[in-house]
Design a protein around this ligand. Structure first.
Ligand SMILES: [Fe+2]
Length: 250
């Protein structure tokens, strides 16, 4: 497989949010679709990925099954690109017992690190979100807020800053910065990126016909509007720090 990006630049992306493990959530339905999703992502510059199936509080986590699926998918994709790497993580819906579930291994951190991809209901009150972030920090984890652009409560002055000061890493979806400057939502998301409030980007890919990985336009915008240093931080280096258990500068 070519390592050319297709838009005239060479870069390597680590995706940190993807529902590609087949048959475990609302993502890929089978191994063929999972392979197609990864090949599509790889053709757009993704070189490594943390797969993040939804954590189900009701069903718990069959860690061995997830590991086995990740290993099978790794085997498939390695036939195309021997250097492509898959790591296992989870997208965890926050609830009061999440720190305990993480300690028991019933909910998974990102690639075995201390980072936890967490989500809330989009209409979550700010105090609930803030307390959740603080509880995870107190339990020794580093919260990564999944698709932070979804939470209306963060749109009020200083709340992103306050949450980040509590030690929360912000993840935005590539899709949210794709579009036109005259779309208020796109403009708001781009502003967060330009002002340095976002540390990680993810595809949040699900299926080939529902939220496929389409990052080329977003990457083109990032290359044009960020320094190379900042571009590499947000698309790759911070994800590497997370995988290796290092510190992501906030
Ligand atoms: Fe997700």
């Amino acid at each position: 497989m070519s390592r050319e990006s297709g838009i005239g630049n060479v870069y390597e992306i680590i995706d940190v949010h993807a529902h590609v493990l087949p048959g475990v959530d609302d993502g890929a339905k089978d191994m063929d679709e999972a392979e197609s999703l990864l090949l599509s992502a790889a053709s757009q510059g993704v070189r490594e990925i943390i797969v993040t199936p939804h954590y189900s509080r009701r069903r718990g986590t069959d860690r061995e099954r997830l590991q086995e699926l990740a290993a099978r998918l790794q085997e498939r994709i390695s036939r195309h690109d021997p250097q492509f790497r898959i790591y296992l993580g989870q997208e965890t819906y926050y609830h009061e017992e999440l720190p305990e579930r993480l300690k028991e291994g019933q909910a998974l951190t990102m690639a075995g690190s201390c980072y936890v991809l967490m989500e809330f209901d989009p209409a979550v009150p700010y105090m609930t979100l803030f307390r959740g972030v603080r509880r995870l920090r107190e339990a020794g984890y580093v919260p990564v807020l999944a698709h932070m652009e979804r939470y209306q409560c963060l749109r009020e002055e200083n709340r992103i800053l306050e949450t980040a000061r509590c030690g929360c890493v912000m993840q935005m979806n590539y899709d949210s910065i794709r579009g036109h400057w005259f779309q208020p939502e796109v403009r708001w998301c781009r502003r967060q990126v330009l002002d340095g409030r976002i540390q990680l980007l993810g595809t949040d890919m699900h299926r080939m016909d529902f939220r496929p990985p389409e990052i080329t336009d977003a990457v083109r915008w990032l290359l044009k509007n960020l320094s190379r240093e900042r571009f590499e931080d947000i698309t790759c280096r911070n994800a590497r720090r997370m995988i290796e258990g290092g510190e992501i500068p906030l």
